[in-house]
Design a protein around this ligand. Structure first.
Ligand code: SF4
Length: 266
């Protein structure tokens, strides 16, 4: 299991994000999902009776902005020296769980943008989100301020969603999370990128029914682009397996046939 210990990590050279500075706003793994493929291990902080522990799992907004400011101030004169002469492409909300679960996410997003504007104006502010809060108007407003929204959608039907992403009650949100609510929320967000991780095996989401239903959801959401990929490291479950490149290409062909832009990351 890999957990980030710091608020700031990297910059790292990422397949999808170029040179990206990670912004981890959760101290240990706190998530509204328990995806079978999660590289952070299984989600255990999800019960209402450990809410005290959950509330201590978020750095304060001041701690987060101070850490980013410190990095930005110290790198402003050496931006061309991050790695092989590249400038920083993205400051990316990602890390030990779902960033939008932070109770001050809206305020933090605003502050991060201000720091970026002042010190790193050529860098985008991006989020990798599991979409579980996409139906929340406050989160929708906060997400709309960012440059790039990369939102998860692995399942095309409720059955796959419940078994593959395993949404959990009691992680900040107490209502049941359904795929329908998520799809409705994603439809309301402008200019999003969908990210989808496919696997096979007895619990994988790569099967005809799920892929067919998933394409229908993508058509409703109308994203700018879909990023499709498979496992590239150990998963939390042994019941899922990596896809062949040719299988990802089959999914891409289906998206192509619908006129939906997509990219394979393999
Ligand atoms: S949404 Fe992300 S952090 Fe949460 S369980 Fe799934 S893969 Fe892990």
């Amino acid at each position: 299991m890999i957990l980030h210990r710091q608020i700031i990590y990297g910059p790292i050279l990422s397949r999808r994000l170029g040179l990206s500075l990670g912004l981890n706003i959760i101290i240990y793994k706190i998530c509204s999902f328990d995806c079978l493929y999660c590289e952070r291990g299984r989600t255990i902080l999800h019960k209402n009776d450990i809410n005290t522990e959950i509330s201590s799992g978020f750095p304060t907004a001041a701690e987060i902005t101070d850490a980013l400011k410190y990095f930005a101030k110290n790198s402003i004169n050496s931006r061309l020296n991050f790695q092989q002469g590249r400038i920083l492409d993205n400051i990316t909300f990602s890390g030990n769980g779902e960033p939008t679960l932070h109770p001050d996410f809206d305020f933090i997003a605003e502050q991060v943008i201000k720091i970026r504007d002042k010190y790193l104006p050529d860098t985008k502010v991006t989020i990798l989100s599991n979409s579980s809060t996409a139906m929340n108007p406050i989160i929708q407003k906060a997400l709309s301020k960012l440059d790039t929204r990369i939102m998860k959608l692995d399942a095309g039907n409720e059955e796959t969603f419940q078994k593959y992403n395993i949404p959990l009650r009691g992680v900040i949100q107490t209502d049941e999370i359904t795929l329908k609510d998520i799809t409705d929320g994603l439809k309301n967000l402008k200019d999003i990128i969908i990210q989808s991780l496919f696997t096979k095996g007895i619990s994988g989401n790569y099967n005809r029914d799920n892929v067919t239903d998933w394409i229908e959801k993508i058509k409703l959401i109308k994203p700018l682009e879909v990023q499709i990929y498979t496992l590239d490291r150990a998963a939390a479950s042994e019941d899922i397996e990596i896809l062949e490149l040719s299988e990802l290409e089959e999914i891409k062909n289906l998206l192509d046939a619908e006129g939906i832009k997509s990219e394979i990351y393999y």
